[in-house]
Design a protein around this ligand. Structure first.
Ligand code: ZN
Length: 367
């Protein structure tokens, strides 16, 4: 027996008991107020004692899977009804903090048990800074804007050039010579007018790093020089901000995530900025655009997982991908390095500006 929300609104509120059948994960990420979680009818005695004065409104995600449970409950003597349109119809009608456009826009992720309506609210309140609007920054920015991250900062002093179009998918030929941060901002605002985007037409430097990063909850390392990678790490460690590191070269990529007090940092593993020229960059060694897209997408996933609490982050682990062999592996990273210069027991980097010489780049260019 189906019932609509409209019909339920005419019933006495105190007589209605909602029964959520979507499973524990979905329930914990948002449910109808005071709903009872019931996955299997065999649990009914423990979880849902029969009260003949009540009406039981049973729901799943869309209103189909809960039907057989309603039939079984009715057989057991419950005055049970199936909620038409399921939890989704309730979200559309009553969820607070969203308008209808937003619920439609984020529908496919709100119905995920690990995200739910509560997870979506967390994304809406989140602020992510993307350092570098290049091959990694492009897909990260697009996916985070699509997912509804409430505020996105995007930093880059470079202008869009013809060599960028092979992999930097936010850009097209009409944007040549525009500042990359500005151009990305325009694209993101067209994709999702519900979010705020701030463009920084500058590189991350020892002089602006603390000021800018302190305004955000999560940082994406989308740069291709080691000086700035270490600068992002050291600033995030000192300010206790989580960030996701990635590196790409040729057909290979790697990703790891730092969470303050929970994981080793980038400097714990790599210790010092490599000598200039000892490791080639993408402009010298080349890179496949789809590789940057794959790795950038993983960074976007890490940010979404961080805010929603879904799954496990790449903390103390390095995801490594070889696109030629299609081998992927997750390397376990050594735990916190006691000699780390920024998070170790006798850390000597305690102020970014005082160590500014460490991070300066000749002919600075962040891709
Ligand atoms: Zn460290």
């Amino acid at each position: 027996m189906n019932v609509s929300l409209e019909e339920i609104s005419t019933w006495n509120k105190d007589d209605v008991i909602y029964v959520d059948t979507r499973g524990e994960i979905a329930y914990n990420h948002g449910h109808i107020d005071r709903a009872v979680a019931l996955e299997k009818v065999t649990d009914v005695e423990d979880k849902l004692p029969l009260d003949v004065t009540k009406k039981y409104v049973v729901y799943c995600t869309y209103g189909k899977n809960s039907k057989p449970i309603v039939d079984e409950l009715r057989n057991l003597g419950y005055d049970a009804y199936n909620l038409e349109g399921g939890f989704r119809s309730w979200l559309l009608a009553y969820a607070t903090g969203y308008d209808e456009d937003e619920l439609l826009r984020y529908d496919r992720q709100i119905i995920l048990p690990q995200i739910g309506s509560e997870g979506q609210k967390k994304l809406k309140n989140a602020k992510v800074l993307i350092v570098g609007a290049g091959g990694l920054g492009s897909p990260v920015a697009l996916y985070l804007a699509g997912a509804g991250i409430g505020k996105i900062g995007i930093m880059d002093a470079d202008n869009v050039s013809m060599t960028n179009l092979q992999r930097q998918i936010a850009f097209n030929e009409t944007m040549l010579d525009e500042n990359k941060a500005e151009a990305t901002k325009k694209v993101l605002e067209k994709l999702n007018s519900k979010i705020r985007v701030q463009a920084y037409k500058e590189f991350l430097t020892p002089d602006n790093a603390e000021r800018i990063i302190s305004d955000y909850d999560f940082v994406i390392d989308g740069v291709d020089n080691f000086e700035t990678k270490f600068l992002i790490n050291d600033t995030c460690v000192l300010l206790k901000k989580p960030f996701c590191h990635a590196g790409i070269l040729r057909f290979e990529g790697q990703v790891m995530t730092y969470v303050p007090d929970k994981s080793s940092c980038y400097r714990c593993i790599f210790e010092e900025i490599p000598d200039k020229g000892s490791i080639p960059n993408c402009s010298e060694a080349g890179v496949i655009g789809a590789m940057a897209g794959t790795i950038g997408s993983i960074q976007a996933l890490e940010a979404i997982k961080y805010f929603t609490g879904a799954g496990e982050l790449l903390t103390n682990r390095m995801f490594v991908f070889d696109a030629l062999s299609m081998n992927t592996r997750i390397a376990k990273l050594p735990s916190k390095n006691p000699n780390c210069r920024v998070c170790g027991e006798h850390a000597d980097i305690i102020n970014i500006k005082e160590n500014r010489e460490e991070y300066l780049i000749e002919g600075c260019s962040v891709k």
